[in-house]
Design a protein around this ligand. Structure first.
Ligand code: NAD
Length: 391
């Protein structure tokens, strides 16, 4: 059986002036297999309607809130109603929205951090397993071809045993109390009721944690954490530094910051093995550096046949030939592409292959929430090491 139509997507969040909802909209349509047909785009129903108009959607499918969207979409015939929803709201809404759509039988793509706390993450994991719906989590940095190549090199033994991982995620945009100016993205990120127990560490530290485990296949077992609030009056961390221990004995450093003036979105990772090491920078994502003890640095460049030959996953995640840069939108599109192919397989009762299943899921989301709780506990603790919380 073949699915002879596009997948139908709904969106919650992504209203006028929102950041990531628009990225999801652009990325999801990059390959032509997904169409946005419905949404509850804003916490304010008037703005949701405005967004629907701007997007040229059928006004009957632009809803006042997500509850109305579930109720009314369920009344539409199969094939016309949405297949899945993308949740692009602030963190406090992720769980109730994902839960209610799953319970109504829809598949879900959700922004990170997956939930507001570990309890919700565990409940969501149970629900996803029970519902047998497809659940994707937007850890978009795993969507880069050169990250997939890095993973395949490390896991294929090219570096030898991994000894050390350094991962950083500094930004500088919250170096001043921007939230007090009413800036929308800053306002909810610094509010514990909307962001969760952690600020910067939840917002971007979770990407760094996820990237380190995705590339190496290792698991963090212990953290020595130090979170700080530098901006006066702010209620959540805006800077954090962690030492890490991994389950193979490797050691690591993870730092995330939103007060590092001059840094834009400087996510980068270094993995040091017994034989070789590698280095990748999100702001220059088309290059992967591999270093050997006694020779020049190798630069692997996206789009070349040798990349796809070494890493079929990287080849599959590449749309343009070498020298034609791909970046942020394409990485999101790669997460959507695998999520959508898995969903198509589910809808046509086929088994998706391993390459297709390569997208972040509910287990990664739970790891992220456990990471946040471990870092929060470690910061309060007088002990040097805090064991990574158990699932
Ligand atoms: P934003 O403030 O720019 O946009 C949030 C939107 O959600 C707004 O339009 C708001 O009105 C709407 N909204 C809030 N509650 C709603 C509800 N109950 N129903 C419908 N709409 C609602 O926020 P953002 O920066 O786009 O972040 C949104 C989410 O995406 C966060 O969870 C954030 O962590 C995540 N994010 C991920 C990445 C990434 O790289 N993967 C990057 C940025 C943000």
């Amino acid at each position: 059986m073949k699915l002879n139509r596009k997948l139908k997507m709904g969106m919650v969040g992504g209203g006028p002036g929102a950041f990531i909802g628009e990225v999801h909209r652009k990325a999801s349509r990059l390959d032509g297999g997904i169409e946005l047909v419905a949404g509850a785009f804003d916490i304010n129903p008037r703005k949701s309607r405005q967004m629907g108009r701007e997007l040229g959607l059928n006004p009957r499918r632009v809803y006042r809130n997500y509850e109305e969207m579930i109720e009314r979409e369920l009344k539409l015939p199969d094939g016309e109603r949405i297949d899945f929803v993308s949740v692009t709201t602030p963190n406090n809404w992720h769980f109730p929205i994902a839960r209610d759509f799953l319970n109504a039988g829809f598949h879900v793509m959700c922004e990170k951090p997956m939930t507001f706390n570990v309890k919700e993450a565990k409940d969501l994991r149970k629900l996803v397993k029970k519902s047998r719906r497809v659940f994707g989590l937007m850890h978009n940095y795993t969507g880069y071809p050169m990250v997939k190549l890095a993973r395949d090199l490390v896991r294929g033994g090219e570096l030898g045993k991994v000894r050390k991982i350094v991962v950083q995620y500094p930004q500088g945009w919250l170096a001043t109390p921007l939230e007090r100016t009413g800036q929308m993205q800053a306002a909810w990120r610094t509010d514990p009721k909307q962001s969760g127990g952690a600020g910067c560490m939840g917002d971007i530290g979770t990407h760094a944690e996820n990237l380190s485990e995705y590339i190496t296949g290792l698991k963090i077992t212990h953290i020595c954490a130090d979170l700080t609030i530098f901006v006066k009056g702010r209620r959540l961390d805006d800077d954090g530094n962690c030492l890490l221990r991994f389950n193979n004995g490797a050691r690591g450093i993870l730092h995330a910051s939103q007060i590092s003036i001059g840094e834009e979105n400087n996510l980068a990772i270094w993995v040091y093995g017994e034989d070789k090491s590698l280095e990748w920078h999100q702001e220059h994502p088309n290059y992967l550096y591999v270093k050997v003890p006694d020779g020049p640095v190798q630069v692997w460049r996206r789009g070349n046949d040798y990349v796809g030959a070494k890493s079929p996953a990287a080849g599959r995640a590449t749309r343009l030939p070498s020298g034609h840069p791909e970046a942020f939108f394409e990485a999101f599109a790669n997460v959507y592409c695998n999520f959508a192919d898995t969903l198509r397989a589910r809808l046509t009762r086929k088994k998706p292959d391993k390459l297709v299943l390569d997208f972040p899921n509910v287990d990664d989301g739970l790891r992220g929430m456990l990471f946040i709780e471990t870092v929060l506990a470690g910061t309060k603790s007088r002990q040097k090491w805090t064991a990574f919380k158990k699932a």
